[in-house]
Write a protein that binds this ligand. Sequence first.
Ligand SMILES: Nc1ncnc2c1ncn2[C@@H]1O[C@H](COP(=O)(O)OP(=O)(O)O)[C@@H](O)[C@H]1O
Ligand SMILES: [Mg+2]
Length: 223
Amino acid sequence: MIRVAGQAPGLFAPLSLQLEAGRTTCLLGASGVGKSTLLRLLAGLPTGVAFRGTVDTVPCALMGQDAGLFGWLTVAQNVGLGARLRGAAPDAAQVARLLAAVGLDGLDRRLPAQLSGGQRQRAALARTLAEDRPLVLLDEPFSALDARLRLQIGDMAARLLAGRTVLIVTHDPAEAARLGDRIVVMTPAGLSGHPAPPGPAPRRHDAPEVLAAQAALTESLLA
Ligand SMILES: Nc1ncnc2c1ncn2[C@@H]1O[C@H](COP(=O)(O)OP(=O)(O)O)[C@@H](O)[C@H]1O
Ligand SMILES: [Mg+2]
């Protein structure tokens, strides 16, 4: 079971978030509501807030809210870092495939400082997708991307992650409606589950059911 249950006084009242195995859960909420805190708890990382409760989790691949690339390593070295940390040789073909998938082919020898914010975010996503872990945690993974890339990269990530247990934190109702098998909205009052539109993710951004879900999710954030 992958679950965080408890309270953080002053931030959130008692709540329970359980991830369904093999499915993508989108956690949607306003800025500052505690989404990253829940994700970091599931990752077993320190949060800076006082949490009282329990966390049941498994080894994860994590993409944090800031890209977290190592500035002295090239893009390709950053993407292959997980393997090196395990004492293995990075799989150069896999690294190249992932860099192509996120639209960074040709930039593999750059340093992070030589990339735009959106390019850094895509390099961080490629690094996370290179990890083969039972749980994948993504904290606002597409927030720095323009509208077109957000759709393209979101589709690509959803396809590569299909069948894995995934948590995507987002503040974008459209993203939750397109990518979630399950959608959970977080407000100061707690968590509430919302029906995902029909059909497998990724869904078309302009499908009527996706637009309707987006509108309903936006309403729930305004409530
Ligand atoms: N390391 C920290 N130390 C103290 N307060 C923190 C820390 N991290 C987050 N917070 C506070 O916890 C609240 C929730 O933060 P966060 O989980 O990052 O929200 P979200 O990801 O939903 O925007 C915010 O009010 C933030 O100021
Ligand atoms: Mg956050």
